[in-house]
Design a protein around this ligand. Structure first.
Ligand code: NAI
Ligand code: ISE
Length: 350
């Protein structure tokens, strides 16, 4: 069976997901496309030689009988209304992060999905699908480094757009670490603090860059994440877990080692699209495959909600220069992770 997908938002990641759905993945085709900038959507349809129909807006696309599932890749503030519309129409929806720009928005989605009675939402948290993070998690779960005590992580971008704000270092960037580290440690956050080192002269005023986010988990693990979005040299994701018996480190992306002109070197990627290309493929393939078997198993609306609550605390921590307690609600049984019996890349026990 081929799943007919409608894509809302044809910017950077929208184009990339359309390409993978059309050219790389099995079992899906893009039949409908829209963007608030219709000219751009038309350009993407032409450039990627899609047979997809162009829709005047996201709501018309969701309502169309041609569309069986929706992919939301528009800008963050529009996610909530499209996800709620998809749920109201009873259609599965893959929504890029953030699920909504506020924790309350995510909560409204959770409530709508639970009222619907079946999972319809997958959030675009792709790190748990990355082979390196999967290996790291397998090591932690095997207890080879003993009980995790600390995590040192970094999320570095070479540069960011002019409209990037200090809060976006949390809501746009750190949100991936918020999701993946809770999954990796099988833990949840209890407090957040943000400290600002010396500001890089490469950042546009008034952006505070870099930042160090300090998170504490319920099990007492201390996490520091450096977010540095004008680091210039590359797109660089680091993660090191220090345990009682050893240290486990996220592998570097594979790259040719070059010996030339009296130097030994390897390239550093510049773009998130390349760094996580395989993880994006696997997460969207999981969405398509899960829909064929009837039950979504990837990052849920609840995971989107937990990330948003934690992100809100981090933004408060930026603004108040204080340690902000985080109180996360119990995961409802509706969102219990699907266990080993089902082939599922996201859950802990598969
Ligand atoms: P972008 O700015 O390149 O594209 C966004 C597109 O959405 C634009 O074409 C814009 O015209 C369109 N748009 C804005 N409002 C709309 C509306 N109300 N209805 C329909 N279309 C609308 O942004 P980018 O980088 O593609 O990001 C899109 C989303 O994907 C963001 O939420 C971002 O955080 C997320 N993202 C996730 C990544 C990941 O690693 N999972 C990587 C990059 C982006
Ligand atoms: C972007 O929006 C993403 O989601 C990428 O995965 C992330 O690494 C990058 O820093 C963000 O700007």
């Amino acid at each position: 069976m081929t799943l007919n997908i409608g894509v809302i938002g044809t910017g950077a990641i929208g184009q990339d997901h359309i390409r993978r759905l059309t050219q790389t993945l099995r079992g899906s085709r893009v039949v409908a496309v829209t963007d608030i900038n219709l000219e751009q959507a038309a350009k993407v349809v032409a450039e990627q030689r899609l047979t997809a129909e162009l829709y005047p807006d996201g709501h018309a696309l969701i309502a169309s009988s041609q569309v069986q599932a929706v992919v939301v890749t528009s800008w963050g503030p529009s996610h909530e209304e499209y996800v709620l519309a998809a749920i109201a129409a009873g259609k599965p929806v893959f929504c890029e992060k953030p699920l909504a720009v506020s924790a309350q928005g995510c909560q409204r989605i959770v409530e709508a999905e639970m009222a619907h009675g079946r999972r319809l939402v997958q959030v675009g948290f792709m790190r748990p699908y990355d082979a390196g993070y999967r290996q790291l998690k397998a090591i932690l779960d095997s207890h080879r480094i003993g009980t995790p005590l600390m995590v040192h992580a970094a999320h570095r971008n070479p540069t960011v757009a002019a409209n990037y704000t200090t809060a976006m270092a949390i809501t746009d960037t750190l949100i991936h670490e918020i999701n993946v580290l809770a999954w990796l440690l099988d833990d949840q956050y209890v407090s957040a603090q943000v400290v600002f080192p010396r500001r890089t002269s490469q950042a546009r005023e008034p952006l505070r860059d870099p930042q160090i986010v300090l998170l504490e988990t319920a099990k007492g693990v201390r996490i520091d994440v450096e977010v540095f979005v004008n680091c210039r040299y590359g797109y660089d994701i680091q993660c090191e877990v220090v345990g009682e018996e050893g240290i486990a480190r996220l592998p570097e992306p594979s790259a040719v080692q070059l010996r030339s002109e009296a130097r030994r070197s390897t390239e550093i990627l510049m773009d998130w699209k390349d760094r996580f290309i395989a993880a994006y493929d696997v997460e969207l393939q999981a969405f398509v495959d899960d829909l064929a078997t009837g039950a979504l198993s990837g990052p849920s609306a609840w995971d989107g909600y937990l990330a948003a609550v934690t992100a809100d605390a981090c933004v408060q921590a930026q603004q108040q220069a204080a340690v902000i307690p985080i109180s996360l609600p119990e995961r409802p049984s509706f969102y219990a992770p699907i266990q080993a019996s089902k082939k599922n890349i996201y859950t802990k026990n598969d």
